[in-house]
Design a protein around this ligand. Structure first.
Ligand SMILES: [Zn+2]
Length: 309
């Protein structure tokens, strides 16, 4: 009886043990199969990445910098230079609205040749002589000639000469302020258009100071430039007569009246080709009217500085 009970208990225990072991084994198997499945699912994409080695097969856009869709090409026209400030021929402040006949210069020998009524083809002959002797002068132009010969006016200024206003038509009769304004302002515009220079130098036609032009010019801050030596070259005397007058009257600070317009200027051209080297031999330097006035202003300034206080 006792052995029956004990064998029953042993069977029960053995059965329980089997169930527990079986359950444990089942749990173990299930968890093992899940882990394998997970590691497989991780390994697959990793293997796929490993197949595309960035070093062995780089995409083409990593080898070369990307090409620009709109390649650079130089501009069709060159970049324009910044505009230069205009050249201005103006007297020192003390000479504005004043009439000058000559400059008062005692410390050096300087002289200013002036040529009226151009620009014309004769102007080019004068320019050639000036250039040959490394001299400069002042050219008082007519508006009606500036529109005919703008290139010559440009060459006048490019060669270092000064340019001035001599009205448009060279009227000698009395003019209204309106006419004076038209004549002088329009000539000023064409001086600028042809040469690129602004000028505040005015020479009245025929040297007349009382027919309306000089008054208007003074009102507009021009210096009215007259002369101290007049060899009357306009009436075409022999070149020797022109030369004689200029050489005999030459003084430092003198302003000489000559012409590069109004007809054939052969005598003037010949005279100038002698006057310049002769005066240079005497120690003269040729300067423009604004340079001459500047020298007088500078000299006065120096004398003023030297005066004892
Ligand atoms: Zn004139």
């Amino acid at each position: 009886m006792l052995s029956k009970i004990s064998s029953k208990l042993v069977r029960k225990w053995a059965l329980k043990t089997l169930i527990i072991i079986g359950t444990l084994a089942l749990i173990f198997l299930v968890s093992e199969s899940r882990q394998t499945a997970r590691s497989n699912s991780l390994a697959q994409p990793f293997n796929r990445i490993a197949q595309i080695s960035p070093f062995e097969n780089p995409p083409p856009n990593l080898l070369k910098p990307p090409k620009s869709k709109t390649p650079y090409s130089p501009p069709a026209t060159p970049i324009p230079k910044p505009p230069q400030p205009p050249l201005v021929f103006a007297p020192p402040a003390q000479f504005r609205s004043q009439i000058v006949y000559k400059a008062s210069i005692s410390d050096s020998k300087v002289i200013a040749l002036t040529f009226d009524d151009g620009p014309t083809p004769e102007t080019l002959k004068i320019l050639a002589i000036l250039q040959k002797h490394n001299a400069v002068a002042t050219f008082f132009c007519l508006g009606k000639n500036l529109i005919e010969n703008p290139e010559i006016a440009k060459r006048v200024v490019q060669a270092g000469n000064a340019i001035g206003n001599h009205t448009w038509h060279h009227y000698s009769h009395n003019v209204t302020e309106k006419t004076a304004s038209d004549e002088i302002d329009n000539t000023g515009v064409h001086i600028y258009r042809s040469s690129g220079a602004k000028s505040f130098l005015f020479r009245p036609p025929g040297g007349r100071l009382n027919n309306g032009f000089a008054d208007y010019a003074k009102k507009k801050n021009y210096v009215v430039v007259m002369w101290s030596i007049d060899p009357k070259d306009f009436s075409q005397p022999p070149a020797a007569a022109i030369t004689r007058t200029v050489l005999s009257q030459a003084t430092s600070g003198a302003i000489v009246l000559l012409h590069d317009g109004g007809g054939d200027r052969q005598q003037t051209v010949e005279a100038v080709s002698v006057i310049i080297p002769k005066l240079k031999q005497q120690g003269y330097r040729f300067v423009t009217v604004p340079q001459l006035l500047q020298m007088q202003a500078a000299q006065k300034q120096q004398n003023g500085d030297r005066k004892p206080k």
